[in-house]
Design a protein around this ligand. Sequence first.
Ligand code: IPM
Ligand code: MG
Length: 358
Amino acid sequence: MKTYKIALIKGDGIGPEIIDEAVKVLDAVASCCNFDFSYEEALMGGCAYDATGDPLPQETITISLNSDAVLFGAIGGEKWDKLPREKRPESGLLRFRKELGVYANLRPAVVYDELVNASSLKPEIVRGVDLMVVRELIGGIYFGEPKGRDENRGWNTMVYTRPEIERIAHQAFKIAMTRSKRVCSIDKANVLDVSQLWRDVVTEIAQQYPEVELSHMYVDNAAMQLIRDPKQFDVMLTGNIFGDILSDEASMLSGSIGLLPSASVGAKIGVYEPIHGSAPDIAGQGIANPIATISSASMMLRYALGETAAADKIDAAVKRALKEGYRTQDLAKFDAKEVCSTSEMGSIIANYVAKCKH
Ligand code: IPM
Ligand code: MG
């Protein structure tokens, strides 16, 4: 029987609770799909700093690189906000992405029919939304040099090179080929030189994908269009910071940031994580929504392990739980038949997975 090695990075805040539920669901799907998982836990973020003085211990990188995929919870919290920048949990995460070379961050935003009333937008605007933000993850202003600050100035540099743009553009076009074959590339080419290069290179790469329709949009307009008419989008291709902002915005179309998964992929090992943060304010209360993490585990099966049938089972089980009216706190107001805890939601989904015919 095939055994996949999964590195588990639970992290801080609600991280451990939501990862435990994803593991429950993964074990259920493994036993009905005839493969197995072996898990190895590794520390990152505030808990890693507390234990070792480093938010990203070398051991965590080693464990991750020796695995088939990384399942990641969330990191950070007020407790560590006062530390010098390089000791902060977020710095560990950025270094981790860089070390693993995960340059493409895939963030789908899907609106479940059962939850159209949960969105802050009108149901007719969001019903049927199914878009994917393809965000460049290890370049741009997050990593550009020079950067620094003194008493009176702070500075960062937004820089992209041609190869960096080419590889993320290829990813976006390839993904679009499996979807509705439309890519909207987001930039600020009316103001930024880096964006003019971005636009030129994306346009060049598009020639290799004649079936895909390419459009360009300025980021400010894109922020508006996402709220005005989100259904116009299929794949949104963005640089690092624009994608950070727009993917949070896109997540609200679905009603709760607790629903949306992500995959970060590159040449080596992929990292699968919910797009939300560690939510220290609700940690340990058993009220976090584990669905974003469970769906991230499904993306892991699909993209990293090629276990499409297993991923489909998880997606179907999540839909079924929502359809049956099970809701965690964040969605309690929206057509809930039963409000359940983090671990109850995990068990319900795991149960549906186990019952699903194969
Ligand atoms: C995200 C987060 C991170 C980012 C932070 C925690 C460094 O907001 O994954 O979107 O900005 O990339
Ligand atoms: Mg973000």
